[in-house]
Design a protein around this ligand. Structure first.
Ligand SMILES: NC(=O)c1ccc[n+]([C@@H]2O[C@H](COP(=O)([O-])OP(=O)(O)OC[C@H]3O[C@@H](n4cnc5c(N)ncnc54)[C@H](OP(=O)(O)O)[C@@H]3O)[C@@H](O)[C@H]2O)c1
Length: 249
C-alpha cells in the first residue's frame, strides 16, 4: 500500500498485543509516526524495536487506558513529539465471559472504566485537538458482540454497544467540521483476548469450531488502514467484519 501516512501522527491504545500491535505496525509501515500505549512497557519496547527495524518511527508511553490522567499525558506527549495528531485508534479493551445473569459482577466496574469511560474520554479529548485543524480520524473498536448481543458474552457486549453509541454521537457533533469518527466491529479475532476474557475450551472453542478460520489481528489492521485511507469527503461510519463462517453473534 502507498506510504501515504508520511507526516501524520497516530496514537494506538492497546498496542502491546493483538489488533493494536498489528495496527501500529501497519500504520508505521505506511509512514505514520506512531504513539504506542498499553500497560506492559516491555511489550511496547519490543514493538518499538520491530517498527524501527522496518524504518518506522514510534514512541511509547505505558499506562492504564481507563485513567484520564494517563490519557491527558499521552495526548500531551504525542503533541510534544510531532506537534500534531491525525489518527487515534481507540483499541484498548477486554472481554468478559457471560451475560447479565452469570458474568462476574466484581469485574463490571473495571470493564466499563476501560471499554467505555476511558475510551470515551480519549475520543472526546482527541476530537477537541482535531477540531482545531478541522481534520482527523478516530477509530473505535466495537464488536459484533455489541452489534448483536448474545448471552454468551452479553455483559461485555453491552460495553461495545455503549462505545459505538458514543462514537456515533461524537461523529454527529464533529463531522461537519472535518473530523471522522468510525466504529469498527470485528467478529472473532484470534489474540490474547479470549484468555483475558475467561473463555474456555468448553464455552468458546468448542462452539466456534464450526466457523472455520477466524480473523487474525492483521485482518482487522488492514480494515482500519482502509477506513482511514478514504478521501477526505468519504467517511466509513461503521464497518462490521466477521470470519466468513461466523453465523453468530
Ligand atoms: N479478539 C476479538 O475477538 C475481538 C473482537 C471484537 C472486538 N475486539 C476488541 O478489539 C480490541 C483489541 O482486542 P484484541 O483482540 O487485540 O485483544 P488483546 O490481544 O487481549 O489485546 C488487548 C490490548 O489492550 C490492552 N489493555 C487491556 N487492558 C488495558 C488497560 N487497563 N490499560 C491499557 N491497555 C489495556 C492490552 O495491553 P496490556 O495488557 O499490556 O495493558 C493489549 O494491548 C478490544 O477493544 C476488544 O474488545 C476483539
Amino acid at each position: 500500500m502507498a506510504q501515504n501516512l508520511i507526516g501524520k501522527t497516530a496514537i494506538i491504545t492497546g498496542a502491546s498485543a493483538g489488533i493494536g500491535w498489528a495496527t501500529a505496525r501497519e500504520l508505521a509501515r505506511r509512514g505514520a509516526s506512531v504513539v504506542l500505549t498499553a500497560r506492559r512497557e516491555k511489550r511496547l519496547a519490543e514493538l518499538s524495536q520491530a517498527i524501527s527495524a522496518e524504518g518506522g518511527k514510534s514512541m511509547a508511553l505505558a499506562g492504564d487506558a481507563g485513567s484520564q490522567a494517563h490519557i491527558d499525558q499521552l495526548l500531551a506527549k504525542a503533541l510534544e513529539w510531532t506537534g500534531r495528531l491525525d489518527i487515534v485508534i481507540v483499541n484498548a479493551g477486554r472481554g468478559l465471559a457471560g451475560g447479565a445473569l452469570n458474568s462476574d459482577q466484581s469485574q463490571w466496574e473495571a470493564l466499563y472504566k476501560l471499554n467505555v469511560l476511558g475510551a470515551a474520554y480519549l475520543m472526546r479529548e482527541a476530537a477537541k485537538i482535531m477540531l482545531e485543524r478541522k481534520t482527523g480520524d478516530i477509530v473505535a473498536l466495537g464488536s459484533v458482540s455489541g452489534h448483536n448481543i448474545s448471552p454468551f458474552s452479553g455483559f461485555y457486549g453491552s460495553t461495545k454497544w455503549a462505545i459505538a453509541a458514543v462514537a456515533e454521537a461524537l461523529r454527529r457533533e464533529v463531522c461537519s467540521q472535518g473530523v471522522r469518527v468510525t466504529t469498527i466491529k470485528p467478529g472473532i479475532v484470534e489474540s490474547e483476548f479470549q484468555a483475558v476474557a475467561g473463555y474456555t475450551y468448553e464455552n468458546f472453542n468448542k462452539s466456534i469450531a464450526r466457523f472455520g478460520k477466524v480473523l487474525s489481528a492483521d485482518d482487522v489492521a488492514q480494515s482500519i488502514s482502509f477506513i482511514i485511507s478514504q478521501p477526505q469527503h468519504v467517511h466509513i461510519n461503521e464497518l462490521v467484519l466477521r470470519p466468513t463462517g461466523q453465523d453468530y453473534p
